[in-house]
Structures are given as C-alpha cells and as structure tokens.
Design a protein around this ligand. Structure first.
Ligand code: F6R
Length: 607
C-alpha cells in the first residue's frame, strides 16, 4: 500500500528519494511522485504507473534540493492518474499521506467556502490546504502543521514540506506506521524501516498520535497531547541489502523456492534442542489457560487460521473460532471470558487485523501475534509474538509467509496439546519429527514445477477454474483459488468438495478445469466421489495427491500431480507448493506482473 520517504540533508536528495521509493514498490502502488525544496520554493514531479515513469519525468525535467518527500500511491479516493498522485501541493505546502482521511468531505467544503480550490479527487489533498490555511492565519510552520493534523479523522501517516525554504520535514502518524531514520548529517522519514535500509538502520518508531519535526541533525517528537517526548532509537532488524531476485525471474518464483529454508529456520526456532518439545515462549501461559481461541486475519493469513482451526480442535480439543478481521471488528462479537486471540499477519500492519487486535485487547483478552515483521504495529502491541521466520517477502502474493505461518501454527497446536495434557511427550515428538521432514518434502514438491508449467496454458485459456478439497484441504482449495486469481486475474473459486452439488456444480462445463486437492487421508475417497461427479459433467480434472492417492484417481483425470508421502501435520504445507506453482506459471503464460498484480498492495494499511 502507499509508501512514504522523506530526507533532509546537506546533500541533494532526489535520487535517494527515488531509491527509497523503489524499496517500497513491493507494497503495491499505482502512481509515484517526489517534491523538494530547491531554493525557489517547492517543486514536484509525479507520474502514473510504475516508478520508471517518474524516473523518465525526472530525466526530462530534473529537480533537486536538500529536503524532500516522496510517495508511492495505492489509489483509494480518485483514479490512479498524475493529478491524484502525491505529493499534493497547495501554496507553500506539499504533503504525502498514507491512510484514509474519513472527514475529508466536510473539511473540503469548509475550505472551499474560504476560497480554496481543489485540484484532485483525493482525500489527502485537504491536508495541504488545511496547513496553508493555518499558515495564512499567521501560525508558525509547526503550529500550522499540528493544527491541521488535529482536524483529521481516520488513519494517516503524513509527511510535509511547509514553507518555501524550510529545511525541515514535518510528520505525524495515527493508524499508519511511520519511522524516523538517523543518518550522518542527515535525517529520514519512512513508512517502514525497510525503505530507509540503504541509508540508515538507526530508527525511531513514532507511536500512535505522535508528531515529529525533523531537521538535518535532530528530531523533536510530541505525543498526542502535544507534550515533548523521547522515543527510543533502535537498530532496525533488517538487511540493508534489498532482497533481490538472485537467479530468479520474479520475486514470487524466488520466494516459492525459498520455502525449504524458510521452513527449516522457522521450525528450528520452535523446538527446544534439549527436550525436543515445542517452545511457545510468552504465548504458552495464554494457550494453556484459554477456554476458547479466536483466530483473526485477512486473506491468505485467514486461510492459515482456517487450517489451524482443524489442528487445534483435533489435537487440543479446544474450540476455535476463525474470523475475517474486517468482519470481526464491526460485528460486536461475543468474546469468551478466558479466551486467547491469535492474530496472523505477514506484515503486522494490516489495518483490519490491527483494529481487531486492539478490540480484543480492550475486551481483556490475551493477544498473540503470529507475525513475519517483528517491528510491526501488531508485534509491538500484542501480549506475545510468535514469529514466522520467512524473511522479507517482496512478491505481493503470499507464498513463503503462508507456509511459515502454517509451520508456526502447527508447532503452536502441538505445544498447546502438550501443555494441556492432550498429547503425550512421545506423541508430540512423533509429530515434530514428521514436521522436521518438511524442508525435504517441500523440496520434492518443488520438483512438480515442470508439470505445473505444462498445465499452466490450460488454466490460462479457461473461462473459470475451480479448486476443491475437504478437511484441512478445504482452506487449501480457497488458497489455491485466491493465489491464482490474484496473479492471473482469472476467475477462480475454491469450494469444500462436498458442497459442490449444492449449487456450484451448475457452473461445470465441458473442459472446465477443477483442481482437486486430495492426498491420502480419511476423506480422500469421499473427495474422489465428488471428482467423479465433476468428471461425468465434462470437467478437466487436475489432481494433487500422493503416490497411494494417485491409484484411486480414474483415467478420467487429465493430470495427476504426485507429491511425496506426507505424514502428521505436513499435508497442507506441502500441498501449498503446487498451488503456488500453478498460479505462478499461469501468470507467466499470461504475461501478468505477478510480483505486483494490478490493484493489490502488499501491506493493506487502510480498511
Ligand atoms: C494473498 C495475500 C493477502 C494477505 C492479506 C493479509 O496472497 O498476500 O491476502 O495475506 O492481505 O496480509 P498480512 O498477512 O500482511 O496481514
């Protein structure tokens, strides 16, 4: 989602502003721009589409200065064109904004009555007008900025240039993250520490309601009450080297292939090397005493929660409710008195998941984050954090973060079953030994890539594609469909295999691809009966199974993808691999930008 970079320095900043924006590309965006103070005032360049368009704009009409702000915009209000691209400028003010200003309409009307003319359809432009309005009333630059921020409702991270010659960055956050970076004779602002990694790793995270005045050598932070405060300066735990594609064509491809290593790293972090039992750290007491679990997330992370529900209920006898964060937060949920809430998120910044977490916290629940970003807002606010050690995920579609979430949740279910006395030490150890085979199993599953590539043209030609599964493979069917549609734009739906005859089967036509996820388990035979029903109606069946399962599929199955034998809790993790590969190769066939699919953002910081 939108990204912010700001630099105040004794050297020119334009090129580095653009470099910072490039590091934010992974968040997803549809236009970009920069503004600098250049001696004659504030000047800006903006362009729709990718950052290369902004770079050519800058090449044909260069601008530079020693203080500037930059932005990648993911459109919410107003089309993704040049006019609506940030920075927005009014008078001697330029701003960039992440989030949504909910009261922008009344603010615009109020300012229009004072003669302000708006140039864009965005909610954000009103911030520049408000600051200028207060400057015109005679307020100082900082006072004008604070007075403007005071009027904003909704979620925002804002950075501003205020005044035609001021070598200062003004910043404020409420609901969207913002960090201040400390350089050598220069200072930075970024919507995450990753954007600033080439310049500095010494960062300060602004807290909710904070504002900051950033000058070349220092920063002055105020809390939401306006009092001057000191925030801890820390070393950001990220690689300064931008995760690059290595020998791969795309981040998605690279991240799919990184899964054996990511899983090995993640699993190792949860097994006590002395006892060979799961280690759940601060989360253990919450999971031991909870009488109910609530697992809340969005998108693919919600599907991890959905798999975990099967595991926790079967292994721990613990009732688990799963909820989509955007639904949970607005439906006045009845919460258990002694429950624990799990929040699963790659970014740890998803606005709805963050709000749901705060809701549970206010209700007195124990909150546990299952998170890939250790310095994220959710990580900083939950009572306990279980980290997924997938490493930075740059491709917008979640791949290694998903399987790492499943690995942590599997360990979590096993550890909980153990501390609640539902599984003996030996039973837990047997499960762990099965999980420890995951890096190897996933490596074997990656060898289905040529077969997935060969199937891709069939999917690419299809009008519509179905994914079906039962039990733990039902959420996997949903994930297969989600992955395919987000990177290929093809209509794809996932269903519980037993549900098809209650409606969706009406959509099956001659040749409709149906991807069936059915490795050997107690439900496999039932799924295969459903496959027969589909094949009888002309479906083009693509089965994902194991060697024993393959024996049960009839010759009416067009393609059988055979995975290694999967025991214990490994099945959903290993079956994710061919689903990701099918999505990747179909996108490759169609020529879509699978690393940055249209309309999507990596970190969804607006609701
Ligand atoms: C799909 C995908 C999204 C995210 C969702 C939640 O491939 O990546 O559905 O899973 O936006 O994001 P996080 O995990 O950052 O909360």
């Amino acid at each position: 989602m939108c990204g912010i970079v700001g630099i105040v320095s004794d050297r020119p900043v334009s090129a580095r502003l653009v470099e910072g924006l490039i590091r934010l590309e992974y968040r997803g965006y549809d236009s970009a721009g920069i503004a600098v103070v250049n001696g004659q005032g504030i000047v800006r360049r903006r362009a729709p589409g990718k950052i290369v368009n902004l770079q050519s704009e800058l090449n044909s009409a260069p601008i530079d200065g020693t203080c500037g702000i930059a932005h990648t915009r993911w459109a919410t209000h107003g089309r993704p064109n040049k006019e609506n691209a940030h920075p927005h400028q009014f008078g001697s003010v330029a701003i960039v904004h992440n989030g949504i200003i909910e009261n922008f309409k009344p603010l615009r009307e109020e300012l229009a009555k004072c003669g302000h003319v708006f140039a864009t359809q965005t909610d954000s432009e009103v911030i520049a007008h408000l600051i200028q309005y207060h400057l015109d009333k005679g307020l100082s630059e900082e006072a004008a900025f604070l007075a403007a921020v005071e009027r904003l409702e909704g979620a925002y991270a804002v950075a501003a240039l205020v005044g035609d010659s001021n070598q200062t960055l003004f910043a404020a956050r409420h609901g969207s993250p913002l960090v201040v970076g400390f350089g050598d004779g220069e200072m930075f602002i970024g919507s995450d520490a990753f954007a600033l990694a080439p310049f500095t790793k010494r960062v300060l995270y602004l807290e909710e309601g904070d504002s900051a005045v950033v000058k070349i050598n220092d920063v002055c932070v105020r809390d939401k009450a306006g009092a001057l405060v000191t925030r801890e300066v820390m070393t950001a735990n990220i690689s300064a080297v931008m995760a690059d594609k290595g020998n791969y064509r795309h981040f998605m491809e690279k991240e799919i292939h990184e899964q054996p290593e990511a899983l090995a790293r993640t699993l190792a972090a949860y097994v006590d090397s002395d006892t060979n039992l799961p280690m759940l750290g601060d989360a253990a007491p919450f999971l031991k005493s909870a009488d109910r679990l609530v697992a809340i997330a969005c998108g693919t992370a919600f599907l991890s929660a959905s798999v975990a529900k099967y595991w926790f209920e079967a292994l721990c006898g613990l009732h688990v409710e799963t909820d989509i964060a955007s639904e949970f937060r607005y439906r006045t949920p009845a919460l258990p008195d002694h429950g624990a809430a799990l929040f699963i998120s790659q970014s740890g910044e998803t606005a709805d998941t963050l709000a749901a977490m705060r809701y549970c916290k206010r209700a007195g629940m124990d909150t546990i984050g299952v998170l890939n970003a250790p310095e994220s807002s959710i990580a900083r606010e939950t009572s306990a954090v279980l980290r997924t050690l997938a490493g930075p995920e740059i491709g917008v579609a979640s791949t290694k973060a998903f399987t790492a979430q499943l690995a942590v949740l599997a360990m979590c279910a096993l550890g909980t079953a153990h501390i609640r006395g539902r599984l003996s030490e030996d039973e837990v150890k047997a499960h762990i030994s099965a999980l420890n085979a995951l890096p190897k199993l996933v490596q074997q599953a990656l060898q289905t890539k040529d077969q997935c590539e060969a199937i891709a043209p069939t999917l690419a030609r299809a009008k519509q594609i179905f994914f079906i599964g039962r039990g733990v493979y039902y959420p996997l069917a949903l994930e297969g469909a989600l992955k395919l549609k987000e990177v290929t734009y093809l209509p794809a739906e996932g269903y519980a295999a037993g549900e098809l005859k209650h409606g969706p089967i009406a959509l099956i036509e001659e040749g409709t691809p149906v991807v069936v996820i059915a490795p050997t388990d107690v439900l496999m035979e039932k799924t295969i009966s459903n496959v027969e029903e589909m094949a009888a109606r002309g479906a083009n069946v693509i089965a994902i199974t194991d060697a024993a399962g393959a024996e049960h599929f009839t010759d009416r199955t067009e393609n059988i993808i055979i995975l290694p034998d999967m025991t214990g809790l490994t099945g959903p993790i290993v079956t994710a691999i061919p689903l990701q590969l099918l999505a990747y190769y179909t996108a490759l066939t169609l020529g879509t930008n699978m690393d940055q699919p249209r309309n999507l953002a990596k970190s969804v910081t607006v609701e």
